[in-house]
Every structure is written in C-alpha cells, then in structure tokens.
Design a binder for this molecule. Structure first.
Ligand code: 5GP
Ligand code: ZN
Length: 136
C-alpha cells in the first residue's frame, strides 16, 4: 500500500532499527517505545489487521514474537513481556498494517495490569462462550 508507513519500512523508504527478518516477516524497534526494546513484528505483505491476515502469516508473526520475546527478556533483562495486537481504532490501532507488539516489562515500570475488569452475571459466561465457539 502506497500510503502505509509500515509498507514504506518494508521497502526501505523509511528507516527503521531492524531486529529480525525472514521471507514473510520483519521486526523493528517501535519509534516510541513503552519500554526500551519495544519491538513490532509485521508481515511484509500489507494486511490491515488480524481479521484480514491469513492464518499461515499470523502463525509466522507469533513464531517471530516468541523468538524476539526470549531475546528481549534475556538481553534487556526484562522482568516480563507483553505480546499484544491492537485491531481497530477502538482497540487502539493507529497503523492499519497488521503488527504484533513485543513489549518488555519491568517490575518497576508502574504500568500495571489491565484496568476496568468486571464480573459476569449468573449464566452470562456460559452464554458468551457458546456464542464465540459457535462462530468459529
Ligand atoms: P498501534 O497503536 O497501531 O498498535 O501501534 C502502532 C505503533 O507504531 C506505535 O507504537 C507507534 O509508536 C509505532 N510507529 C508509528 N510510526 C512509526 C514509524 O515510523 N517507525 C516505527 N519504528 N514505529 C512507528
Ligand atoms: Zn502496509
């Protein structure tokens, strides 16, 4: 896609600090890291989000995320790693080229876990699980 920042990074039109590359995937440092070493893993081909990304490509992204998580944890002495993906604006997606975030976490970073947890009403969890599993 011509006006996609990540496609431009793949083509070398925008510089990036690359950490990993194979036939289908590319990983580079996020320009505004949550913590030092925050890495993005993208397919070289343009897909908008997880829904449009073929399963084989999604598997390759996760394979790379595992390798990179282990390297980041070891070399940057991270206490933990978040592997996340934002899909759609409502979930915080800003760049509409599929990407996985590998975010090193430090016990001292103060970001904490997810906010806004809630409880299920009686029977609600069973109903929701059924809805999701039947749509697969
Ligand atoms: P999203 O919110 O879409 O999941 O995350 C997009 C990420 O891309 C953000 O964390 C942002 O800092 C990163 N980003 C945006 N533009 C660039 C860029 O030009 N180069 C790099 N390396 N990262 C970028
Ligand atoms: Zn793109």
């Amino acid at each position: 896609m011509d006006d996609c920042i990540f496609c431009k990074i793949v083509k070398g039109e925008i510089p990036s600090e690359k950490v990993y590359e194979d036939e289908h995937t590319l990983a580079f440092l996020d320009i505004k890291p949550v913590n030092i070493g925050h890495t993005l893993i993208i397919p070289k081909e343009h897909f908008k989000n997880i829904y449009e990304t073929p399963e084989e490509i999604a598997c390759k992204l996760i394979r790379a995320a595992k390798k990179i998580s282990m390297a980041v944890k070891k070399e940057l002495k991270a206490d933990g790693i978040n592997v996340t993906m934002n899909n759609d604006s409502a979930a915080g997606q800003v760049i509409f080229h599929t990407h996985v975030h590998v975010i090193p976490r430090l016990s001292s970073d103060g970001f904490g876990p997810w906010h806004g947890r809630r409880d299920y009403a009686d029977g609600e969890a069973k109903e929701v699980a059924k809805k999701i599993s039947q749509a697969l």
